[in-house]
Design a protein around this ligand. Structure first.
Ligand code: PMP
Length: 368
């Protein structure tokens, strides 16, 4: 059996989400149609909206369903009409590339946005929107959004936060965060891929990206993906209803890896992180080698560096944190989720340690 430890890439579909999708797929109806079939489809969409509004503590009208985190991020960054946008150096490409002229907020060695830089830049004026993610996809590092909001609002700037990786993994309140816009995506929390939502403050004058229909109050045209939306809501409900056991598993895994492989480094470990993510470097062994060795042992994890056109690209996130390029190239991401078990984690620790021992010419014995 595969030990799937790559939940930050995508999480397996939760059974409740699959059931909700199958039920919705069995029915035909366009939520915009006034007949009974249309009304039934509309009821599913609105029930899902209520679930999200309750889960993320926002008004019903705040929820705009989209085709995922990427679209929600594009809609947020481009939909405010802000002329000057600031984005953090560790944002996902769907934020960074939504506005290529955006100015970049640097981060410190722990991956936390430089609040002094932000304050000074805001004081110079003209900033319309600040976009800082809630938690990073590679390191799990959680940003001080309350401080970002305080500084931005003091200078009249709006705030967007990409909560794609945080949603369903840590408690989130849109109202308490006090941001104008927040992105969530279904497939990182056990819902289907291809559906997400942008949460916006009530009455916020958002410019739509997709035009040509009155769906989502004219803010996102196109017939709603009813089965995906139903699956999203069921996954959100399941995520909130079940205790998250990932922190104990993750902390145990890290302790084991560090104890068995001196020199290994956990990146972002000194600050608040998501409970499910570890970004660990095995100095001297390329991330790709680790990913392949673990894959052969039936364990799915991911490399921090992406390989494109034959060249290994250092992770921009780790580069922005000032992590030495050599160390960054040896960093992998292990991310746990709703179905992770102690056995998965144990197998991962053993396979990783076996590789570490092999690369150091030692005899393989049981990991600590
Ligand atoms: N933001 C972050 C932080 C992500 O990790 C991802 C997914 N890799 C996205 C946005 C994009 O979300 P989606 O896959 O739903 O388009």
């Amino acid at each position: 059996m595969m030990a799937y430890l790559d939940h930050n890439a995508t999480s397996p579909l939760r059974p409740a989400a699959r059931d909700a999708m199958i039920a919705a797929l069995a029915e035909c109806g366009n939520p915009s149609s006034p007949h009974a079939a249309g009304r039934a489809a509309r009821a599913r969409v609105e029930a899902a909206r209520r679930t999200l509004a309750l889960a993320f503590d926002c008004a019903l009208d705040s929820v705009i369903f989209t085709s995922g985190g990427t679209e929600a991020n594009n809609l947020a960054v481009r939909g405010t009409g802000a002329a000057t946008v600031l984005v953090s150096a560790v944002e996902h490409d769907s934020v960074r590339e939504a506005e290529r002229r955006a100015e970049v907020i640097p981060v410190d060695g722990n991956g936390i946005v430089d609040l002094e830089w932000l304050e000074a830049r805001l004081a110079r004026g003209g900033v319309g929107l600040v976009s800082v993610m809630l938690a990073n996809n590679e390191t799990g590092v959680i940003q001080p959004i309350a401080d970002v909001v305080r500084l931005a609002h003091a200078e009249g700037a709006l705030v967007h936060t990409d909560a794609t990786q945080a949603a369903g993994r840590i408690p989130l309140s849109f109202e308490s965060l006090d941001v104008e816009l927040m992105t969530v995506s279904a497939h990182k929390l056990g819902g289907p891929p291809g559906v997400g939502a942008l949460l916006v403050q009530e009455g916020f004058p958002l410019r739509p990206l997709l035009r040509g229909g009155r769906q989502e109050d004219g803010r996102r045209a196109g017939t709603e993906n009813v089965p995906a939306i139903a699956g999203f809501a069921a996954a959100v409900e399941a995520a909130l209803a079940t205790a998250d056991g990932t922190r104990a598993l993750r902390d145990g895994l890290e302790a084991r890896l560090l104890a068995s492989a001196p020199g290994a480094r956990i990146l972002g470990a000194l600050v608040d992180r998501l409970p499910n993510t570890t970004c660990i470097a095995m100095p001297g062994v390329a991330a790709e080698t680790q990913v392949m060795a673990l894959d052969l042992a039936g364990i799915a994890v991911s490399a921090g560096a992406a390989c494109s056109s034959g060249k290994v690209r250092t992770s921009p996130v780790l580069a922005a944190m000032g992590v030495d390029a050599e160390l960054a190239r040896s960093a992998i991401r292990i991310s746990l989720g709703w179905n992770s078990t102690a056995d998965d984690v144990g197998r991962c620790a053993e396979a990783w340690w076996a590789l570490w021992a092999r690369t150091r010419g030692r005899k393989t014995v049981q990991a600590a």
